[in-house]
Design a protein around this ligand. Structure first.
Ligand code: C2E
Ligand code: MG
Ligand code: MG
Ligand code: MG
Length: 282
């Protein structure tokens, strides 16, 4: 009976794996098709100064407008894109689209782009970034790249060299989802990040949980002492904002300020702002 059970379990498991493999192959084909078909879109979510409310930067967040499945969030396809290498052409499209959009924004507003490990390993990354900035007329200090600790887990030497080259070009490098990976503190010693983003999981608990408060407070002090900007991710409530202010946090991002916005909405909004300023100046 045990053997029977084991076999059934094995059969079941294999069937599951086959389904999974087939679904992945289908997703890969679909992703390739969607890329050629212009089905990807960038939304932009602001990172703002707590004290002044000024927008420091907009983070580009990719969406897949699928013809039959509707809008698909990156959590459902970035890993697959990473595994199949499709993240490289997708990521290059993201860099071009984000720099082009930012080229239309006011000079003091930057754009942040998320980079996954395979993109950083791609020798085409630097030429792509340089070309995109040139054709958008965007200066290097207006482009931020957000990486996670996973980037520094493998191929550390090569990845660090690439990060240094990007930084030498004048780009800013942010450490995303800080506190969720491994040996975070060592990474802070290995690379001079411009910004640290406190992961949303710590912000979620900041009202009730003493441990979250202690960790957030320590992160803010640490970033300050290292001369890095700190941004709290996923701020949803005024109470969380007040806590962060109390701990000395300067910059926040989250639904409390704004959901990710379409480029068209953003252009319209920034246009209104420009017009209002022109009216006041004139
Ligand atoms: P991330 O870079 O940490 O981005 C923050 C995520 O949190 C975004 O999810 C954003 O929509 C969401 N978020 C922002 N504020 C709040 C809030 O107040 N509450 C809650 N619950 N969520 C909030 P999204 O857009 O689904 O992206 C998920 C992840 O996918 C990103 O995490 C990033 O790692 C990755 N990603 C997104 N766009 C790209 C891209 O163009 N390229 C690459 N390589 N990765 C991307
Ligand atoms: Mg990010
Ligand atoms: Mg994050
Ligand atoms: Mg993330």
């Amino acid at each position: 009976a045990a053997k029977e059970q084991g076999r059934n379990r094995l059969v079941h498991y294999t069937a599951g794996m086959e389904t999974q493999a087939r679904e992945r192959r289908e997703l890969e084909i679909d992703l390739r098709r969607g890329l050629g078909n212009g089905e990807f879109e960038l939304l932009y979510q602001p990172q703002v100064d707590i004290e002044t409310g000024a927008i420091a930067c907009y983070e580009a967040l990719v969406r897949w407008n699928h013809p039959t499945r509707g809008t698909i969030l990156p959590g459902s396809f970035i890993d697959m894109a990473e595994e199949t290498g499709l993240i490289v052409p997708l990521g290059q499209w993201v860099i071009r689209a984000a720099t082009e959009a930012a080229g239309r924004w006011p000079d003091d507003v930057r754009v942040a782009v998320n980079l996954s490990p395979a993109q950083l390993r791609d020798p085409g990354l630097l030429p792509c970034v340089i070309q995109a900035m040139a054709s958008a007329g965007l200066s290097a200090n207006r482009l931020e790249l957000e990486i996670t600790e996973s980037v520094l887990l493998e191929d550390t030497e090569d990845n660090l060299a690439t990060l240094h080259r990007l930084r030498d070009l004048g780009l800013r490098i942010s450490l995303d989802d800080f506190g969720t990976g491994y040996s975070s503190l060592n990474y802070l010693r290995n690379f001079p990040f411009d910004k640290i983003k406190i992961d949303r999981c710590f912000i979620e608990g900041i009202e009730e949980r003493g441990d979250c408060q202690a960790i957030v407070s320590a992160m803010i002090t640490l970033a300050e002492d290292l001369g890095m900007v700190i941004t709290a991710e996923g701020v949803e409530t005024v109470e969380q904002l007040e806590r962060l202010r109390l701990h000395g946090c300067r910059q926040i991002q989250g639904y409390l300020v704004a959901r990710p916005l379409s480029a068209a909405l953003l252009d319209a909004h920034l246009g209104l702002v420009n017009e209002a300023m022109a009216r006041r100046a004139g």
